[in-house]
Design a protein around this ligand. Structure first.
Ligand code: MG
Length: 319
């Protein structure tokens, strides 16, 4: 009887741990190139990115976050703070921060990790410093938080991105000494070899973002990833999907699978783009999808069905 009770108790603990990834893993760190938990064991985060908050604010709420955890098996979500477009941070900072904080607070409530993504293609250093000062001050003690300081540099050199990143890292580290910070690289996070050849020195718990769109980016970009790993650069796929880099065009499922296999083989975390309902391949939802989760399969586009299948599979989701 005692044995049965012990077994049931252990099963209960395991199911609780699955239900609460942050309770299980605690504050994440980087060890070598690997994301690890507070006990030093490898961790792989898999989940969904919200679309630009300025265009898809209807999904920035606790209901959607809860559904992404419960039905999709996400152990992480990414809140994408649109910076420059209308309705973005520059023109509407208070409204924008409310949207992002709704997702952060919900992720904390659900016990999953949350990436706070400065979704910019240009350097907006002063605005970014102000934003991350507030985020680090409010949330820096929460194990859930991961900072992503520059979504995708477009035309900036690595020297420019590096100088900007060091400024932002200094700003965050003055407030929060430990949570993971994700650093971008030139050309939409493709030029990770440049970061690998000249990484940022003197700070802990940094990872570098590699983005792929599987119908455009193939083996040559995975080779770049291998090169970066060989040079001891920690990688994090904070955005990815199965179609062309435009976010549109047909899915290439074979290449998408090849990417996920590569990420899993290397224990690299990956996030799929995105929770939105635009008429394009990468928006995982149709306009029929409710703003607060409870989506039926008929509300999901093929990219959504496939993303959910991959996240469920690798996160060990059970209904
Ligand atoms: Mg902290």
């Amino acid at each position: 009887m005692k044995k049965i009770q012990t077994t049931l108790f252990l099963l209960f603990i395991v199911s609780m741990a699955f239900a609460q990834p942050v309770k299980e893993h605690g504050l994440l760190k980087v060890s070598g190139t690997q994301l690890v938990n507070e006990k030093g064991q490898p961790v792989v985060l898999r989940g969904m990115s919200f679309g630009w908050h300025n265009w898809w604010p209807r999904f920035y709420n606790a209901g959607t976050v809860s559904w992404l955890k419960k039905d999709w098996g996400c152990n992480v979500v990414r809140a994408a703070m649109g910076v420059e477009p209308d309705g973005g941070y520059i023109k509407a900072p208070d409204w924008s921060k409310e949207r992002i904080r709704a997702v952060i607070d919900a992720a904390i409530g659900e016990g999953i990790y949350v990436i706070v993504d400065w979704h910019s293609h240009n350097i907006r250093q002063e605005e970014a410093k102000q934003f991350f000062t507030e985020i680090a001050t409010t949330y820096g003690k929460q194990s859930n938080i991961i900072y992503e300081i520059f979504n995708e540099p477009e035309r900036q050199s690595w020297a420019e991105v590096k100088a900007y990143s060091i400024e932002l890292i200094k700003t965050i580290r003055a407030i929060d000494p430990d949570n993971i910070i994700l650093v971008g690289s030139p050309h939409w996070d493709q030029d990770i070899h440049l970061a690998a050849d000249d990484p940022i020195q003197g700070y802990n718990n940094l990872m570098y973002t590699l983005h792929f769109y599987a119908a455009t980016h193939k083996q040559s970009l995975r080779d770049r990833g291998d090169y970066a790993l060989k040079k001891q650069l920690p990688l994090f796929i904070s955005e990815s999907a199965g179609m062309e880099a435009t976010g549109n065009g047909p899915l290439n499922e074979a290449e998408w699978n090849a990417w996920i296999n590569w990420a899993e083989k290397n224990k690299i975390s990956w996030i799929t783009w995105s929770v939105s309902d635009k008429d394009e391949t990468c928006s995982v939802l149709l306009p029929t999808a409710s703003s607060t989760g409870n989506w039926a399969d008929k509300d999901l586009k093929p990219s959504g069905l496939k993303a959910r299948e991959l996240i469920r599979k690798y996160n060990g989701w059970k209904p």
